[in-house]
Design a protein around this ligand. Sequence first.
Ligand SMILES: [Zn+2]
Length: 238
Amino acid sequence: MGELHILFELQQIDLKLEKLQETLKKLPVFEEFKNLKEQASTAKEVLARAEGKLQVKLTAIRSLEGLLQEAVEEHKEVQARLYGDAEQSAKELEKLEQRAAALKIQQQKQEEELLMAMEGAEELTKAVAVAKSKFNDAHQKLREKQKSGNEEISRLKEEILHYKEQRQLLSMQVAKPLLEEYDAQRQKFLGRPLAEVDKDICQGCRVSVSSMVKAKLYHPDCKINCDNCGRILLPHDQ
Ligand SMILES: [Zn+2]
C-alpha cells in the first residue's frame, strides 16, 4: 500500500476518533446523572426535615407524659389526705377538694394534649417512612445509572483507545513531513485534507481534475494537489 493510501486510512481513523470523542462528551448519561443526583439530594433533605419534626414531637410527648404523671401522683396524694385518717379542718378540706378538682381538670387537659401529640407523631412517622422510601428509590436509581453510565463510558473509551493504537501504527508508516502537512491542513479541510479521485472527480470538492493532475496521479513518486480545492489527491482504491 502506498504512503498516501496509508495516510488516507489514517484520516478515516481520525474522523472516527473525532466522532467518538464528540459522542463521549455529549453522552446523555452525564446530564441524567446530574438530575438523579439532585433528586437524591432533595429527597435526603426532605427526609432529614421529617425526621427532625418527629424528634421534636417525641420529645414533647415525653415531657407531656412526665407532667401528666406528676399530676396523677399529686391527685393521689390529695385524695389520700382527703380520705385519710388525719384530722383536717373544714377550711383545709375545702382547699384539698379544690386542689383535687383542679388537678382532675389539668389531668384531662394533659391527656387530650398527649393524645393529639401522639396522633401527630403517628402522622410524622408515616411521613418519615414515605420520605425514606423516596430517598432509597432516588439513591438506587442513582447507583444504577452510575453503573450503566460507567459501562457506556468505558465502552466508548475502549473503542477510542483501539483507534488510537491503529492510528499510531499507521502514522509510523508515513514520512514525517507528509504527516505534518496532513496535520497542518486538517482544520482547513474539516478533517479531510486528503481526497480520492474517483472517475476523474476530486471527492473533496466534486470538481473534475485537469489532465495534468490525472497524468501525475498514478505516478507513485508524485504528490499532487487538487487544482480546485488544494487537497492532496490519491487515486480511488479499486
Ligand atoms: Zn478538489
